[in-house]
Design a protein around this ligand. Structure first.
Ligand SMILES: C[S@@+](CC[C@H](N)C(=O)[O-])C[C@H]1O[C@@H](n2cnc3c(N)ncnc32)[C@H](O)[C@@H]1O
Length: 379
């Protein structure tokens, strides 16, 4: 990927530092890993857990959603096999991590913490849930040869309070039915990350109130917590001032998700101080590099949807569509339609949905937004 290479984010520096003997051994290991991976991929796709997920999707959203999701997984699987991205070419993470991130995102996070992170600032993981973003970061950091001081360099923030929408993500696992809305799941996060405890500082609390309480800069900000305009605004205000201009990476995990329309508008507003690096294929995550310090007054502008003009909205979504891979464009278009539902205009939302269909896109989150629009029209 051209942008990826130009950015230098993905340079396979390690190869140049190896002796000829090490290179031979690394080559042999890669061959074995590759063969193992072929089987592991198939097993992961055909796992009973995925089968249960498909049944759940069939029950909740119908056959169209199952077919759309199956096609998506199949394309992702084929893509992973051919991909040239260094992070996708590395062996997959052996454990199947319970969580809401994709294998591609997990591969990217581990790759980043091992190959790209320099230790000039901290790693911040916002919205850690059960650790499917935290653990890959820890796996990468523990193998990072350049960073000597690894103690508590990963800061995992979450309110760790169960909500009913989380039930779907634990259905069929040992955690099904364990928590009720309002219960703390901090115990389970700690259990799942215990092996890497020395690398992780766990920060439980509400991100609308919590800020960055360190004098250190932030080199990597993984944002999986911009779940509302209020949360997005708090994160801008409380974490962005600590980014390192010309270096820090921000990952917006909700970039290709139908619900979080404000993410696109905020990215558009910040375009002067960030450059897009790439979209992690077959995932919600888009990666940006901070190129300059964002003025405080811009960070204070927040993320309220009604603070953007129609022209801003058009331009913001056009830029987002340019950045994401073809496979995730339905979700960005779904966010464009959802924006109007959030703004209380279901008629305009329906118009945006038809526009997406006319542009040739269907499936994935466009199905979810269609249901939300239907429900809004019935009330
Ligand atoms: C989509 S989940 C994150 C998934 C996670 N990154 C993973 O790897 O599976 C969003 C997380 O944001 C957290 N969250 C929601 N509102 C929050 C708030 N006000 N403060 C802190 N965390 C919050 C939730 O508890 C949840 O764990």
């Amino acid at each position: 990927m051209a942008q990826h290479d130009r950015d230098g984010h993905a340079k396979a520096r390690w190869w140049h530092n190896l002796t000829p003997g090490d290179r031979r051994r690394a080559g042999a290991r890669a061959l074995i890993d590759c063969r193992a991976r072929r089987h592991l991929d198939t097993l992961l796709i055909l796992s009973p857990r995925n089968f249960r997920r498909a049944l759940r999707l069939l029950r909740d959203q119908g056959p169209r959603a199952v077919l759309s999701r199956a096609g998506h997984y199949f394309r992702s699987w084929r893509y992973m096999k051919r991909a040239q991205h260094p992070f996708l070419a590395s062996p997959p993470i052996a454990e199947e991590l319970l969580g809401m991130t994709s294998r591609e995102e997990q591969a990217y996070l581990r790759w980043y913490a091992k190959e790209a992170y320099d230790g000039d600032g901290e790693i911040v993981d916002l919205g850690s849930w059960m650790g499917s973003s935290t653990v890959p970061l820890a796996l990468g950091l523990q193998d990072n040869p350049r960073v000597r001081d690894k103690a508590q360099r990963i800061h995992a923030y979450d309110i760790f309070t169960w909500e009913d929408w989380m039930d779907g993500s634990v259905a069929g696992s040992a955690l099904a039915g364990r928590y009720r809305p309002g219960d703390s799941f901090l115990d389970e996060f700690r259990r799942r990350t215990a092996r890497w405890e020395p690398l992780i500082e766990t920060v439980p609390g509400d991100l609308t109130r919590l800020g960055w309480e360190s004098a250190e800069p932030i080199e990597f900000l993984f944002n999986d917590a911009s779940k509302s305009e209020t949360l997005a605004a708090a994160i801008l205000r409380n974490f962005y001032p600590y980014l390192i201009a010309g270096k820090s990476i921000v990952v917006e995990q909700d970039f290709a998700h139908y619900y979080t329309s404000w993410v696109h508008l905020v990215r558009y507003r910040l375009r002067e101080w960030f450059e897009p690096v790439f979209h992690v294929p077959f995932s919600g995550s888009a990666v940006f590099r901070c190129t300059g310090a964002v003025p405080r007054e811009v960070l204070e502008e927040g993320a309220a949807l009604d603070s953007f003009s129609d022209d801003d909205i058009e331009a913001a979504f056009a830029a987002s569509l340019d950045l994401v891979g073809e496979e995730m464009k339905p979700n960005v278009l779904a966010a464009r339609a959802m924006l109007w539902l959030h703004r209380g205009d279901p008629t305009r939302a329906r118009h945006e949905l038809s526009r997406a269909h006319q542009e040739g896109y269907a499936g994935l989150d466009l199905i979810r937004v269609e249901r939300e629009i239907e429900a809004a029209h019935q009330t």
